[in-house]
Design a protein around this ligand. Structure first.
Ligand code: BG6
Length: 488
Protein backbone atom coordinates (compact mmCIF):
# COMPACT_ATOMS: atom_id res chain seq x y z
CA UNK A 1 0.00 0.00 0.00
CA UNK A 2 1.19 3.49 -0.80
CA UNK A 3 -1.59 5.34 0.95
CA UNK A 4 -0.89 7.31 4.10
CA UNK A 5 -1.63 5.60 7.39
CA UNK A 6 -3.48 7.66 9.96
CA UNK A 7 -6.17 7.59 12.57
CA UNK A 8 -8.10 10.85 12.69
CA UNK A 9 -9.92 11.78 15.86
CA UNK A 10 -12.27 14.65 15.24
CA UNK A 11 -13.46 16.59 18.26
CA UNK A 12 -16.60 18.39 17.19
CA UNK A 13 -17.72 15.72 14.73
CA UNK A 14 -21.36 16.83 14.83
CA UNK A 15 -20.46 20.43 14.07
CA UNK A 16 -20.77 22.65 11.08
CA UNK A 17 -17.12 22.68 10.08
CA UNK A 18 -16.82 18.89 10.13
CA UNK A 19 -19.92 18.69 7.99
CA UNK A 20 -19.18 21.37 5.49
CA UNK A 21 -15.43 20.96 5.14
CA UNK A 22 -13.82 17.97 6.81
CA UNK A 23 -15.93 15.08 5.54
CA UNK A 24 -15.97 16.31 1.94
CA UNK A 25 -12.20 16.94 2.09
CA UNK A 26 -11.50 13.49 3.47
CA UNK A 27 -13.66 12.00 0.75
CA UNK A 28 -11.75 13.86 -1.94
CA UNK A 29 -8.47 12.63 -0.51
CA UNK A 30 -9.93 9.15 -0.50
CA UNK A 31 -11.03 9.37 -4.11
CA UNK A 32 -7.56 10.46 -5.10
CA UNK A 33 -6.04 7.56 -3.20
CA UNK A 34 -4.08 9.51 -0.57
CA UNK A 35 -6.00 7.68 2.10
CA UNK A 36 -7.38 4.30 1.19
CA UNK A 37 -7.16 1.19 3.28
CA UNK A 38 -5.07 2.25 6.22
CA UNK A 39 -7.08 5.00 7.79
CA UNK A 40 -9.96 5.40 10.19
CA UNK A 41 -11.86 8.35 11.57
CA UNK A 42 -13.29 8.58 15.04
CA UNK A 43 -15.89 11.28 15.36
CA UNK A 44 -16.62 12.52 18.84
CA UNK A 45 -18.97 15.07 20.33
CA UNK A 46 -21.40 15.19 23.21
CA UNK A 47 -24.43 14.06 21.30
CA UNK A 48 -25.38 10.40 21.47
CA UNK A 49 -25.13 9.23 17.91
CA UNK A 50 -24.93 5.69 16.60
CA UNK A 51 -22.38 4.72 13.97
CA UNK A 52 -25.27 4.31 11.54
CA UNK A 53 -26.53 7.79 12.14
CA UNK A 54 -23.00 9.16 11.83
CA UNK A 55 -22.71 7.41 8.47
CA UNK A 56 -25.98 8.96 7.33
CA UNK A 57 -24.73 12.42 8.23
CA UNK A 58 -21.48 11.89 6.37
CA UNK A 59 -23.27 10.48 3.36
CA UNK A 60 -25.37 13.61 3.22
CA UNK A 61 -22.40 15.91 3.58
CA UNK A 62 -20.57 14.34 0.63
CA UNK A 63 -23.56 13.48 -1.54
CA UNK A 64 -22.66 15.71 -4.44
CA UNK A 65 -19.20 14.16 -4.68
CA UNK A 66 -20.38 10.58 -4.86
CA UNK A 67 -20.08 8.88 -8.22
CA UNK A 68 -20.03 5.29 -7.15
CA UNK A 69 -22.09 3.68 -4.39
CA UNK A 70 -19.53 1.00 -3.57
CA UNK A 71 -16.87 3.62 -3.13
CA UNK A 72 -19.16 5.56 -0.82
CA UNK A 73 -19.82 2.50 1.31
CA UNK A 74 -16.19 1.59 1.55
CA UNK A 75 -15.31 5.12 2.53
CA UNK A 76 -17.87 5.51 5.28
CA UNK A 77 -17.07 2.09 6.71
CA UNK A 78 -13.88 3.74 8.05
CA UNK A 79 -15.90 6.12 10.25
CA UNK A 80 -16.74 5.46 13.91
CA UNK A 81 -18.63 7.59 16.35
CA UNK A 82 -18.19 7.75 20.08
CA UNK A 83 -20.00 10.19 22.28
CA UNK A 84 -17.61 12.04 24.47
CA UNK A 85 -17.42 14.68 27.13
CA UNK A 86 -14.06 16.37 26.65
CA UNK A 87 -13.62 17.13 30.33
CA UNK A 88 -14.25 13.58 31.54
CA UNK A 89 -11.12 11.42 31.82
CA UNK A 90 -13.12 8.16 31.63
CA UNK A 91 -14.20 9.07 28.14
CA UNK A 92 -10.58 9.25 27.01
CA UNK A 93 -10.06 5.71 28.23
CA UNK A 94 -12.87 4.60 25.94
CA UNK A 95 -11.39 6.62 23.15
CA UNK A 96 -8.01 5.04 23.66
CA UNK A 97 -9.49 1.55 23.53
CA UNK A 98 -11.27 2.27 20.29
CA UNK A 99 -8.16 3.92 18.84
CA UNK A 100 -6.08 0.84 19.56
CA UNK A 101 -8.67 -1.47 18.03
CA UNK A 102 -8.87 0.59 14.88
CA UNK A 103 -5.12 0.93 14.73
CA UNK A 104 -4.87 -2.82 14.57
CA UNK A 105 -7.80 -3.34 12.25
CA UNK A 106 -6.48 -0.87 9.66
CA UNK A 107 -2.73 -1.36 10.28
CA UNK A 108 -2.29 2.30 11.10
CA UNK A 109 1.06 1.97 12.86
CA UNK A 110 0.19 4.41 15.61
CA UNK A 111 -0.07 7.50 13.44
CA UNK A 112 -2.49 9.97 14.97
CA UNK A 113 -4.13 13.19 13.87
CA UNK A 114 -6.26 14.92 16.49
CA UNK A 115 -8.51 17.52 14.96
CA UNK A 116 -9.96 20.13 17.31
CA UNK A 117 -13.00 21.56 15.55
CA UNK A 118 -15.04 22.67 18.50
CA UNK A 119 -15.51 25.48 21.00
CA UNK A 120 -12.07 26.99 21.60
CA UNK A 121 -12.41 27.02 25.37
CA UNK A 122 -11.85 23.24 25.27
CA UNK A 123 -8.67 23.21 23.17
CA UNK A 124 -6.38 23.31 26.20
CA UNK A 125 -8.12 20.67 28.24
CA UNK A 126 -8.27 18.28 25.29
CA UNK A 127 -4.51 18.64 24.84
CA UNK A 128 -3.95 17.84 28.53
CA UNK A 129 -6.35 14.91 28.51
CA UNK A 130 -4.86 13.34 25.39
CA UNK A 131 -1.51 13.35 27.06
CA UNK A 132 -2.49 12.33 30.59
CA UNK A 133 -4.62 9.47 29.27
CA UNK A 134 -1.84 8.27 26.98
CA UNK A 135 -3.56 8.76 23.67
CA UNK A 136 -0.33 10.13 22.26
CA UNK A 137 1.50 7.15 20.79
CA UNK A 138 5.18 6.26 21.07
CA UNK A 139 5.85 4.97 17.59
CA UNK A 140 3.95 6.83 14.86
CA UNK A 141 3.41 10.54 14.36
CA UNK A 142 1.08 12.58 16.58
CA UNK A 143 -0.27 15.80 15.14
CA UNK A 144 -2.77 18.22 16.56
CA UNK A 145 -4.81 20.34 14.17
CA UNK A 146 -6.38 23.38 15.74
CA UNK A 147 -9.09 25.53 14.28
CA UNK A 148 -9.24 29.22 14.91
CA UNK A 149 -9.60 31.23 17.00
CA UNK A 150 -6.27 30.61 18.69
CA UNK A 151 -7.01 32.69 21.77
CA UNK A 152 -8.86 36.00 21.76
CA UNK A 153 -5.88 38.19 22.57
CA UNK A 154 -2.15 37.77 23.18
CA UNK A 155 -2.59 36.80 26.79
CA UNK A 156 -5.16 34.06 26.20
CA UNK A 157 -3.30 32.80 23.12
CA UNK A 158 -0.08 32.55 25.14
CA UNK A 159 -1.86 30.69 27.88
CA UNK A 160 -3.38 28.26 25.41
CA UNK A 161 -0.06 27.75 23.69
CA UNK A 162 1.72 27.08 26.98
CA UNK A 163 -0.91 24.56 27.87
CA UNK A 164 -0.74 22.76 24.52
CA UNK A 165 3.04 22.68 24.39
CA UNK A 166 3.06 20.67 27.61
CA UNK A 167 1.74 17.77 25.52
CA UNK A 168 2.65 18.61 21.91
CA UNK A 169 5.78 20.23 20.51
CA UNK A 170 5.57 23.16 18.10
CA UNK A 171 6.22 20.89 15.13
CA UNK A 172 3.29 18.68 16.13
CA UNK A 173 0.85 21.60 16.28
CA UNK A 174 -0.91 22.56 13.05
CA UNK A 175 -2.79 25.83 13.49
CA UNK A 176 -5.25 26.18 10.65
CA UNK A 177 -5.77 29.35 8.69
CA UNK A 178 -7.78 28.17 5.72
CA UNK A 179 -6.65 31.15 3.64
CA UNK A 180 -3.21 29.56 3.52
CA UNK A 181 -4.77 26.61 1.73
CA UNK A 182 -6.22 28.79 -1.03
CA UNK A 183 -4.76 28.50 -4.49
CA UNK A 184 -4.23 32.21 -4.99
CA UNK A 185 -2.82 32.89 -1.55
CA UNK A 186 -0.22 30.23 -2.30
CA UNK A 187 0.30 31.95 -5.62
CA UNK A 188 1.50 35.19 -4.00
CA UNK A 189 4.98 33.75 -3.51
CA UNK A 190 5.03 32.29 -7.01
CA UNK A 191 4.22 35.56 -8.71
CA UNK A 192 6.61 37.52 -6.50
CA UNK A 193 9.62 35.27 -6.57
CA UNK A 194 9.57 33.93 -10.09
CA UNK A 195 9.01 37.15 -12.03
CA UNK A 196 11.88 39.59 -12.34
CA UNK A 197 9.49 42.35 -13.40
CA UNK A 198 7.71 42.15 -10.06
CA UNK A 199 10.39 41.13 -7.62
CA UNK A 200 12.75 43.87 -8.79
CA UNK A 201 10.05 46.49 -8.16
CA UNK A 202 8.65 45.00 -4.96
CA UNK A 203 9.61 47.78 -2.56
CA UNK A 204 8.96 51.36 -1.52
CA UNK A 205 10.81 52.84 -4.46
CA UNK A 206 8.27 51.51 -6.93
CA UNK A 207 5.14 50.57 -5.02
CA UNK A 208 2.80 53.33 -4.00
CA UNK A 209 0.26 51.42 -1.94
CA UNK A 210 -1.25 47.98 -1.57
CA UNK A 211 -4.96 47.27 -1.04
CA UNK A 212 -6.43 44.10 0.34
CA UNK A 213 -10.19 43.54 0.28
CA UNK A 214 -12.00 40.55 1.78
CA UNK A 215 -15.64 41.40 1.20
CA UNK A 216 -18.54 39.13 2.03
CA UNK A 217 -22.22 39.45 1.22
CA UNK A 218 -23.44 37.17 4.00
CA UNK A 219 -24.38 38.59 7.35
CA UNK A 220 -23.60 36.74 10.57
CA UNK A 221 -25.90 33.91 9.48
CA UNK A 222 -26.59 31.68 12.47
CA UNK A 223 -23.25 32.40 14.11
CA UNK A 224 -24.42 35.41 16.11
CA UNK A 225 -23.29 33.73 19.28
CA UNK A 226 -19.70 33.39 18.23
CA UNK A 227 -19.52 36.49 16.09
CA UNK A 228 -20.90 38.95 18.61
CA UNK A 229 -18.06 38.04 21.00
CA UNK A 230 -15.50 38.12 18.22
CA UNK A 231 -16.02 40.84 15.61
CA UNK A 232 -14.34 41.32 12.26
CA UNK A 233 -10.96 42.36 13.67
CA UNK A 234 -10.48 39.03 15.40
CA UNK A 235 -12.45 36.97 12.91
CA UNK A 236 -10.67 38.10 9.74
CA UNK A 237 -7.85 40.60 10.34
CA UNK A 238 -5.85 38.83 13.04
CA UNK A 239 -5.55 35.74 10.90
CA UNK A 240 -6.45 35.84 7.19
CA UNK A 241 -5.51 39.46 6.50
CA UNK A 242 -2.27 39.54 8.49
CA UNK A 243 -1.21 36.26 6.93
CA UNK A 244 -1.81 37.77 3.50
CA UNK A 245 0.15 40.88 4.45
CA UNK A 246 3.02 38.70 5.69
CA UNK A 247 3.21 36.87 2.36
CA UNK A 248 3.22 40.14 0.44
CA UNK A 249 5.82 41.76 2.67
CA UNK A 250 8.27 38.99 3.54
CA UNK A 251 11.80 38.77 2.17
CA UNK A 252 12.54 35.95 -0.26
CA UNK A 253 12.88 32.73 1.75
CA UNK A 254 16.01 30.59 1.37
CA UNK A 255 13.82 27.80 0.02
CA UNK A 256 10.19 26.75 -0.07
CA UNK A 257 10.79 24.66 2.99
CA UNK A 258 8.28 25.26 5.79
CA UNK A 259 10.82 26.62 8.26
CA UNK A 260 12.38 28.98 5.75
CA UNK A 261 9.05 30.45 4.74
CA UNK A 262 7.69 30.71 8.24
CA UNK A 263 10.87 32.39 9.48
CA UNK A 264 10.44 35.09 6.86
CA UNK A 265 6.77 35.52 7.74
CA UNK A 266 7.60 35.86 11.40
CA UNK A 267 10.11 38.60 10.56
CA UNK A 268 7.55 40.29 8.34
CA UNK A 269 4.96 40.31 11.11
CA UNK A 270 7.53 41.65 13.53
CA UNK A 271 8.08 44.61 11.27
CA UNK A 272 4.45 45.75 11.34
CA UNK A 273 4.10 49.16 12.88
CA UNK A 274 2.28 48.86 16.21
CA UNK A 275 -0.30 51.53 16.95
CA UNK A 276 0.56 51.94 20.59
CA UNK A 277 -1.08 55.32 20.84
CA UNK A 278 -4.86 55.33 20.84
CA UNK A 279 -5.02 58.38 18.58
CA UNK A 280 -3.04 56.45 16.02
CA UNK A 281 -5.54 53.64 16.23
CA UNK A 282 -8.50 55.97 15.76
CA UNK A 283 -6.79 57.67 12.83
CA UNK A 284 -5.73 54.52 11.06
CA UNK A 285 -8.41 51.96 11.79
CA UNK A 286 -12.12 52.28 11.13
CA UNK A 287 -14.75 49.94 12.42
CA UNK A 288 -18.28 49.68 11.15
CA UNK A 289 -21.50 47.83 11.75
CA UNK A 290 -24.14 47.14 9.14
CA UNK A 291 -27.62 48.58 9.49
CA UNK A 292 -30.79 47.43 7.79
CA UNK A 293 -31.70 48.23 4.22
CA UNK A 294 -35.04 47.48 2.61
CA UNK A 295 -34.38 43.77 2.32
CA UNK A 296 -31.85 42.93 4.95
CA UNK A 297 -31.75 43.08 8.72
CA UNK A 298 -29.27 45.22 10.52
CA UNK A 299 -26.61 43.47 12.57
CA UNK A 300 -28.22 44.20 15.93
CA UNK A 301 -31.50 42.67 14.72
CA UNK A 302 -29.85 39.39 13.81
CA UNK A 303 -30.56 36.29 15.90
CA UNK A 304 -28.31 35.73 18.91
CA UNK A 305 -26.82 39.22 18.66
CA UNK A 306 -27.05 41.65 21.55
CA UNK A 307 -29.45 44.44 20.41
CA UNK A 308 -27.01 47.00 21.89
CA UNK A 309 -23.97 45.33 20.44
CA UNK A 310 -20.84 47.35 19.70
CA UNK A 311 -19.25 44.51 17.80
CA UNK A 312 -17.79 45.53 14.44
CA UNK A 313 -18.85 43.71 11.29
CA UNK A 314 -16.46 45.77 9.16
CA UNK A 315 -12.87 46.90 9.54
CA UNK A 316 -10.74 49.11 7.33
CA UNK A 317 -7.23 50.04 8.26
CA UNK A 318 -3.86 51.28 7.21
CA UNK A 319 -1.02 48.95 8.02
CA UNK A 320 2.53 50.25 7.90
CA UNK A 321 5.64 48.16 7.75
CA UNK A 322 8.66 49.52 9.56
CA UNK A 323 11.51 48.10 7.59
CA UNK A 324 13.94 49.12 4.90
CA UNK A 325 11.97 47.65 2.02
CA UNK A 326 8.57 49.01 2.97
CA UNK A 327 8.95 52.20 4.97
CA UNK A 328 6.31 54.66 3.77
CA UNK A 329 4.12 52.26 1.79
CA UNK A 330 0.60 51.98 3.17
CA UNK A 331 -1.12 48.60 3.09
CA UNK A 332 -4.83 49.37 3.19
CA UNK A 333 -7.04 46.53 4.27
CA UNK A 334 -10.80 46.14 4.57
CA UNK A 335 -13.16 43.33 5.33
CA UNK A 336 -16.78 43.09 6.25
CA UNK A 337 -20.05 41.22 6.32
CA UNK A 338 -23.05 42.31 4.24
CA UNK A 339 -20.99 44.16 1.68
CA UNK A 340 -22.12 44.60 -1.89
CA UNK A 341 -20.29 41.61 -3.31
CA UNK A 342 -18.41 38.50 -2.28
CA UNK A 343 -15.00 39.35 -3.58
CA UNK A 344 -11.47 38.86 -2.35
CA UNK A 345 -8.55 40.52 -4.09
CA UNK A 346 -5.29 42.37 -3.68
CA UNK A 347 -4.28 45.42 -5.70
CA UNK A 348 -0.63 46.36 -5.81
CA UNK A 349 -0.43 49.90 -7.14
CA UNK A 350 2.93 50.94 -8.54
CA UNK A 351 4.22 54.49 -8.63
CA UNK A 352 3.50 56.51 -11.68
CA UNK A 353 6.13 57.44 -14.22
CA UNK A 354 8.05 60.53 -13.29
CA UNK A 355 6.68 62.79 -16.01
CA UNK A 356 3.58 62.91 -18.21
CA UNK A 357 4.81 62.74 -21.76
CA UNK A 358 1.49 61.83 -23.30
CA UNK A 359 -1.51 64.12 -23.62
CA UNK A 360 -3.60 64.74 -20.52
CA UNK A 361 -6.06 67.31 -21.89
CA UNK A 362 -9.05 66.71 -24.10
CA UNK A 363 -8.50 62.96 -24.20
CA UNK A 364 -10.50 59.99 -23.02
CA UNK A 365 -7.75 58.27 -21.05
CA UNK A 366 -4.60 59.50 -19.44
CA UNK A 367 -1.72 57.31 -18.40
CA UNK A 368 -2.44 55.71 -15.02
CA UNK A 369 -0.20 53.90 -12.55
CA UNK A 370 0.25 50.18 -13.12
CA UNK A 371 -1.78 47.94 -10.90
CA UNK A 372 -1.17 44.26 -10.39
CA UNK A 373 -4.35 42.59 -9.16
CA UNK A 374 -4.27 39.21 -7.48
CA UNK A 375 -7.80 37.81 -7.64
CA UNK A 376 -8.32 35.37 -4.81
CA UNK A 377 -12.02 34.57 -4.99
CA UNK A 378 -14.42 34.02 -6.69
CA UNK A 379 -12.19 34.85 -9.66
CA UNK A 380 -8.76 33.28 -9.41
CA UNK A 381 -5.90 34.75 -11.38
CA UNK A 382 -4.07 37.96 -12.17
CA UNK A 383 -4.71 41.22 -13.95
CA UNK A 384 -2.28 43.95 -14.83
CA UNK A 385 -3.23 47.48 -15.72
CA UNK A 386 -0.97 49.09 -18.29
CA UNK A 387 -0.96 52.04 -20.63
CA UNK A 388 -0.63 51.80 -24.37
CA UNK A 389 -1.22 54.06 -27.32
CA UNK A 390 -4.73 54.18 -28.63
CA UNK A 391 -4.98 52.58 -32.02
CA UNK A 392 -4.78 55.10 -34.86
CA UNK A 393 -3.15 58.38 -35.47
CA UNK A 394 -2.02 60.60 -32.67
CA UNK A 395 -0.48 59.94 -29.28
CA UNK A 396 -3.54 59.40 -27.15
CA UNK A 397 -3.14 56.87 -24.37
CA UNK A 398 -5.47 54.02 -23.63
CA UNK A 399 -5.55 52.05 -20.36
CA UNK A 400 -5.57 48.35 -20.88
CA UNK A 401 -5.86 45.47 -18.51
CA UNK A 402 -4.27 42.17 -19.20
CA UNK A 403 -6.01 39.28 -17.54
CA UNK A 404 -5.04 35.77 -16.77
CA UNK A 405 -8.00 34.30 -14.99
CA UNK A 406 -7.90 30.58 -14.41
CA UNK A 407 -10.78 28.92 -16.15
CA UNK A 408 -13.74 27.66 -14.19
CA UNK A 409 -13.00 24.05 -14.89
CA UNK A 410 -9.48 24.30 -13.49
CA UNK A 411 -10.74 26.17 -10.46
CA UNK A 412 -13.48 23.62 -9.81
CA UNK A 413 -10.99 20.78 -9.96
CA UNK A 414 -8.36 22.43 -7.84
CA UNK A 415 -8.29 21.06 -4.30
CA UNK A 416 -10.28 22.89 -1.68
CA UNK A 417 -8.34 24.75 1.00
CA UNK A 418 -9.22 22.18 3.64
CA UNK A 419 -8.33 19.29 1.42
CA UNK A 420 -4.86 20.70 0.76
CA UNK A 421 -4.26 21.47 4.40
CA UNK A 422 -5.36 18.03 5.54
CA UNK A 423 -3.02 16.45 3.04
CA UNK A 424 -0.17 18.73 4.12
CA UNK A 425 -0.74 17.64 7.69
CA UNK A 426 -0.82 13.97 6.68
CA UNK A 427 2.52 14.55 4.97
CA UNK A 428 3.95 16.41 7.96
CA UNK A 429 4.35 19.65 6.03
CA UNK A 430 3.76 22.70 8.27
CA UNK A 431 4.42 25.39 5.62
CA UNK A 432 0.82 26.49 5.29
CA UNK A 433 -0.01 26.45 8.97
CA UNK A 434 0.68 29.31 11.33
CA UNK A 435 3.65 29.07 13.63
CA UNK A 436 3.17 30.15 17.24
CA UNK A 437 5.39 33.18 16.71
CA UNK A 438 3.18 34.33 13.85
CA UNK A 439 0.11 34.05 16.05
CA UNK A 440 1.94 35.86 18.82
CA UNK A 441 2.96 38.77 16.60
CA UNK A 442 -0.49 39.03 15.07
CA UNK A 443 -2.16 39.35 18.43
CA UNK A 444 0.40 41.91 19.54
CA UNK A 445 -0.60 44.06 16.57
CA UNK A 446 -4.35 43.48 17.01
CA UNK A 447 -4.46 43.97 20.77
CA UNK A 448 -3.52 47.65 20.60
CA UNK A 449 -6.40 48.28 18.23
CA UNK A 450 -8.86 46.22 20.22
CA UNK A 451 -7.94 47.88 23.50
CA UNK A 452 -8.41 51.34 22.07
CA UNK A 453 -11.72 50.42 20.53
CA UNK A 454 -12.93 48.93 23.78
CA UNK A 455 -12.11 52.18 25.54
CA UNK A 456 -13.77 54.27 22.83
CA UNK A 457 -16.97 52.33 22.34
CA UNK A 458 -18.64 55.14 20.43
CA UNK A 459 -16.34 55.09 17.42
CA UNK A 460 -18.39 52.59 15.50
CA UNK A 461 -19.65 53.75 12.13
CA UNK A 462 -22.82 52.60 10.43
CA UNK A 463 -22.94 51.29 6.91
CA UNK A 464 -25.93 50.14 5.02
CA UNK A 465 -26.21 46.40 4.42
CA UNK A 466 -25.22 45.73 0.83
CA UNK A 467 -22.74 48.61 0.60
CA UNK A 468 -18.94 48.73 0.58
CA UNK A 469 -18.68 49.95 4.17
CA UNK A 470 -18.92 53.26 6.03
CA UNK A 471 -17.81 56.50 4.41
CA UNK A 472 -15.02 56.74 6.98
CA UNK A 473 -13.34 53.83 5.21
CA UNK A 474 -13.21 55.87 2.00
CA UNK A 475 -11.99 58.92 3.87
CA UNK A 476 -9.14 56.91 5.33
CA UNK A 477 -7.61 56.63 1.85
CA UNK A 478 -8.68 60.06 0.64
CA UNK A 479 -6.67 61.67 3.39
CA UNK A 480 -3.57 60.11 1.89
CA UNK A 481 -4.55 61.03 -1.65
CA UNK A 482 -5.65 57.51 -2.59
CA UNK A 483 -8.94 55.75 -3.14
CA UNK A 484 -10.18 52.18 -3.00
CA UNK A 485 -9.44 50.93 -6.48
CA UNK A 486 -12.45 49.67 -8.34
CA UNK A 487 -12.51 48.57 -11.93
CA UNK A 488 -16.21 48.32 -12.51
C1 BG6 B 1 -13.77 32.44 8.47
C2 BG6 B 1 -14.58 33.42 9.27
O1 BG6 B 1 -12.51 32.28 9.04
O2 BG6 B 1 -13.63 32.93 7.14
C3 BG6 B 1 -15.93 33.65 8.62
O3 BG6 B 1 -14.76 32.92 10.58
C4 BG6 B 1 -15.77 34.04 7.17
O4 BG6 B 1 -16.65 34.66 9.32
C5 BG6 B 1 -14.84 33.08 6.44
O5 BG6 B 1 -17.04 34.02 6.57
C6 BG6 B 1 -14.52 33.59 5.04
O6 BG6 B 1 -13.85 32.61 4.34
P1 BG6 B 1 -13.90 32.55 2.76
O7 BG6 B 1 -13.04 31.38 2.40
O8 BG6 B 1 -15.34 32.36 2.37
O9 BG6 B 1 -13.36 33.86 2.27
Amino acid sequence: DTDIRALFTIFGATGDLANRKLYPSLFRLYKKGYIKNNFAVIGTARRQWSNDYFHEVITKSIQNLVEDETELHEFISHFYYISHNVTDADNYIELKKLSEQLDEKYAIKQNRIFYLAMAPQFFGIIGDMLSSNHLITDEGFNRLIIEKPFGHDLESATKLNNQLTKSFSEDQIYRIDHYLGKEMIQNISAVRFSNMIFESLWNNKYIDNVQITLAETVGVEDRGDYYDKTGALRDMVQNHILQTVALLVMEPPLSLNGNDIRNEKIKALRSLHLYKDSNDVLNNFVRGQYVANEEMLGYTEEPKVNPDSHTETFVAGKILVDNFRWAGVPFYIRTGKRMSQKDTYIHVQFKHVSMELFPTEGVEDVAEPNILTIHISPLEGFSLRMNAKRVGQGTEIQNIRMHSIFDEQAVANSPEAYERLLLDCLNGDPTNFTHWQEVEQSWRFIDYIRETWDRNGWKLFDYEAGSMGPKESFELLERDGFEWISFD
